[in-house]
Design a protein around this ligand. Structure first.
Ligand code: NAG
Ligand code: NAG
Ligand code: NAG
Ligand code: NAG
Length: 304
């Protein structure tokens, strides 16, 4: 049955539903699409061992797909029980400082140390490490939650404005127009650039966008992948590096020409989209690399 048979009432109702879905969709972090893309890309680069362990850890509602629960930390942070996780999605640098330092920057607004996105990445990596690579099993952390937090926060730390200035809350208080729509700069980078790209270049199909990014991973960027994966000193994960890259990109691309009240259009969109796509790729590759290191059974056997 086509739309031809529907009355205006039905069409209006569908229209409102779509608007409502857009709104609900619009309030989350690197939007749902960004997190989905990072995790979907990561899934394609997991080793057999890592994929098996990820599937073991995933909650039933994930249907065996990591990408389907990668926005879980955004969904829960509004609940009282999970309120303490809100500061774990970002880290702020002092105003107009285009560098990041763990000791200086990783704390929440009450000054609690390690309460920031890079601290959380260390925390959940350590929990999984001690469970899967450690000599003795650690305390009873919920490793399902650890996996979902880690996957989400590795995505977040790659969004340049999740490592932005304290004074404007990572662009949240910078009101701008995105074409005709009033929004803020943080939201532009979480969601609007990806939304516009989907409509303009990818037939509104996130799968098509992800495939385009994956093609670049195997093609245009293939020589860079080892350097994305590398952590130096054989570390399992290196969120300080990811955060340093992000704040540099925030200064060079996100904040530039996006002063309060400005209207951002084609020029901004087309020059920033490649940055966004590359960050989604780097987030995905690095998430896969970390999970591969954590869940590699060979290392575990060697240590036992
Ligand atoms: C580390 O994770 C545990 C379990 O979720 C949590 O209780 C603790 O507060 C976390 N610490 C930091 C610094 O994020
Ligand atoms: C672990 O966390 C998930 C998600 O919050 C929850 O559904 C599950 O019941 C928890 N498992 C245990 C053993 O507490
Ligand atoms: C692919 O890489 C090229 C060259 O770096 C870049 O111009 C283009 O925007 C990239 N496309 C995607 C989807 O990442
Ligand atoms: C990293 O690990 C390799 C192989 O285990 C080892 O040969 C190398 O010395 C290590 N490098 C550092 C900097 O620890």
């Amino acid at each position: 049955m086509g739309f031809g048979r529907m009355g205006w009432h039905e069409l209006l109702w569908i229209g409102r539903l779509l608007v409502l879905m857009q709104l609900v969709h619009g309030v989350v972090g690197w939007g749902k699409d960004g997190h989905y893309a990072v995790c979907k890309i990561a899934e394609g680069y997991l080793t057999k061992d890592a994929l098996a362990t990820v599937r073991e850890l995933l909650p039933d509602l994930a249907g065996g797909e990591l990408a389907s629960v990668c926005s879980w930390p955004d969904d829960i942070k509004w609940y009282y029980k999970w309120h303490w996780t809100s500061p774990l999605h970002y880290v702020d640098t002092p105003d107009f400082k285009c560098n990041y330092k763990y000791c200086r920057d990783c704390h929440d607004s009450y000054g609690h140390k390690n309460s920031c996105v890079t601290g959380a990445i260390f925390n959940y990596t350590e929990q999984l490490f001690s469970a899967y690579q450690g000599y003795s099993p650690q305390l009873s952390y919920n490793l399902t939650e650890a996996l979902m937090f880690l996957a989400h926060y590795i995505g977040d730390v790659h969004q340049p404005l999740h490592v932005g200035f304290l004074g404007d809350l990572g662009g949240n208080t910078i009101t701008v127009r995105w074409y005709r729509r009033k929004t803020n700069l943080h939201h532009v980078w979480d969601t609007m650039i990806i939304d516009s790209a989907l409509k303009t270049f990818y037939r509104s199909d996130l799968g098509v966008m992800i495939q385009a990014i994956e093609r670049n991973i195997t093609d245009a960027w293939s020589n860079d992948i080892p350097s994305w994966e590398n952590c130096g000193h054989n570390q399992t994960v290196c969120p300080n590096l990811y955060a340093s890259e992000s704040v540099r990109l925030a200064c060079k691309f996100a904040y530039r020409n996006a002063t309060p009240g400005s209207t951002l259009e084609d020029e901004y969109f087309l020059s920033r989209l490649p940055i966004v796509e590359k960050r989604l790729a780097q987030g995905g590759i690095r998430l896969a690399t970390v999970l591969n290191r954590l869940f590699n059974s060979e290392v575990k056997i060697a240590r036992e």
